[in-house]
Design a protein around this ligand. Structure first.
Ligand code: FES
Length: 184
């Protein structure tokens, strides 16, 4: 029987505090002329906060709401409506696993299953050691000719097998990078 890869589980260390002064700095670049324009800027502002910190906390959503003259509950409603946003911190590494039609046909379900069996995570979850968060994307990531496809941190990987998936995760964990490399 082939060896089954077993990840080492260390205590979770996820940095879960967002520097609200940094959020205020981001927001200072948003200068809506009126209420209508402010409403239209909410998603763009959330996108920036989400990309910088990996998620948007309640406190960060409150800063966005205050700056754009709306309520925190409206901002939080948008955050939870759109799958692109996270409301909980990411692990050190972040994987987008495509589960769109082409990837599904080419076996992405096996990869979803592998993440559950070997790494103990499903869509939106983080490994117990805080190393990896996965987001399963039901829309297409736009590279169907490379299906099944994933992105881990700043790396794109196509024609994925379960072995290649596990190696990519092991490589990411062994390296010095993180999901922040994809944005900075
Ligand atoms: S469906 Fe996965 S890249 Fe298009």
């Amino acid at each position: 029987m082939a060896d089954v890869f077993q990840p080492t589980v260390k205590p979770a260390v996820i940095e879960d505090l967002i520097d609200l002064d940094a959020v205020r700095e981001i927001m200072s670049h948003f200068k809506p002329a009126d209420f209508q324009e402010a409403q239209e800027l909410i998603l763009a502002a959330l996108q920036e906060v989400n990309e910088r910190f990996g998620y948007v906390s309640i406190e960060a959503a409150e800063v966005v709401a205050e700056h754009l003259g709306t309520t925190a509950s409206r901002v939080f409603g948008l955050l939870t409506f759109y799958a692109d946003f996270r409301t909980k911190p990411r692990g050190k590494h972040f994987m987008l696993l495509c589960h769109g039609m082409s990837c599904y046909v080419m076996g992405s379900q096996r990869l979803v299953q592998e993440l559950a069996d070997t790494w103990g995570i499903a869509d939106g979850e983080t490994t117990a050691d805080g190393e990896l968060t996965v987001q399963v994307v039901n829309g297409c990531l736009g590279v169907c000719d490379k299906a099944p496809f994933c992105k881990i941190d700043a790396d794109y990987l196509g024609d994925l097998t379960t072995e290649a998936l596990n190696s990519a995760i092991q490589r990411a964990i062994a390296g010095t990078g993180s999901w922040k490399d994809a944005h900075h």
